[in-house]
Design a binder for this molecule. Structure first.
Ligand code: MF3
Ligand code: CO
Ligand code: CO
Length: 260
């Protein structure tokens, strides 16, 4: 199956829902404090999505997922389920992953927050993971290949003695939450499909402090590092433009230009 090319109408709707998803991460930042539970973060995001943004939280009931956002703390790689029992404490790192649906289109984005002040390792891991995302975004350009994205991400992670999770990847996104292509966070330059203007997809590297291996918990959602070492993730939804890229889920705190 070919990778879908969005028309102007679809791109406008992707921009609109992407902006809302980015704003939601800006909103939740203030609540990420020692003592808050991940269930409270879920409730705040859920209410904000429906009542303030006029959108729908796409994860809720998606393939049976029970909550509106994913909250992945410390050694949780992705798809952590918000819980009343999970109280954030100073020094934790937590990835908050939001996906909104509005006017039939999806916007998907996440970042790893540091609770209070974290260890030097935790700060370095989350910073390198953000840089991996930005390097991947800078490889987005018509004529480049998806393998170019994976290559720069893998190279930056491994040069810093971190490892790239293989089992989960970025994805095409539009009316479909998880569409083609699979956007791998490792690979070789020049491999994979070619990028073309109008494609929309996520880049969402998961970078581990220890080994790359992961394990799925018995709840069938929570993914953890097998060695229980720290892991971080950052995600944006990206549009391929005639020139290069546009970050559809950009926030004020991003340190890369919104387009390039
Ligand atoms: N937002 C996640 C992603 O980046 C997917 C979450 S699916 C859920 O693709 F069901 F776990 F919410
Ligand atoms: Co995604
Ligand atoms: Co996501």
């Amino acid at each position: 199956m070919a990778i879908e090319i969005k028309d102007q109408d679809a791109i406008e709707k992707m921009r609109a829902v992407g902006a809302l998803a980015g704003e939601q991460l800006e909103m939740i930042e203030n609540y990420i404090q020692p003592g808050v539970t991940t269930a409270e973060l879920d409730r705040i995001c859920h209410d904000f999505t429906l009542n303030k943004q006029g959108a729908t939280p796409a994860p809720l009931n998606y393939r049976g997922f029970p909550k509106s956002i994913c909250t992945s703390v410390n050694h949780v790689v992705c798809h952590g389920i918000p819980s009343q029992d999970k109280v954030l404490k100073k020094g934790d790192i937590v990835n908050v992953d939001v996906t909104l649906l509005k006017d039939e289109y999806h916007g998907d984005t996440s970042k790893t927050f540091v609770v209070g002040k974290a260890s030097i390792l935790a700060e370095r891991l989350t910073k390198i993971c953000q840089e991996c995302l930005y390097l991947g975004i800078q490889a987005v350009k018509p004529g480049n290949h998806f393998g170019d994205i994976g290559h720069v991400i893998q190279q930056h992670a491994e040069r810093n003695r971190f490892s790239v999770v293989r089992e989960y990847c970025g994805h095409g996104i539009g009316k479909v939450f998880h569409d083609e292509p699979q956007v791998l966070h490792y690979g070789r330059p020049g491999t994979g499909p070619e990028m073309a203007p109008g494609m929309t997809f996520t880049i969402e590297p998961m970078i581990n402090a220890g080994k790359a291996d992961v394990k799925l918990l018995s709840d069938q959602w929570t993914v953890v590092t097998r060695d229980h070492k720290l892991t971080a993730q950052w995600e944006h939804t990206i549009l391929v433009t005639d020139q290069g890229y546009e970050i559809l889920t950009a926030r004020k705190d991003d340190t890369i230009p919104r387009s390039g």
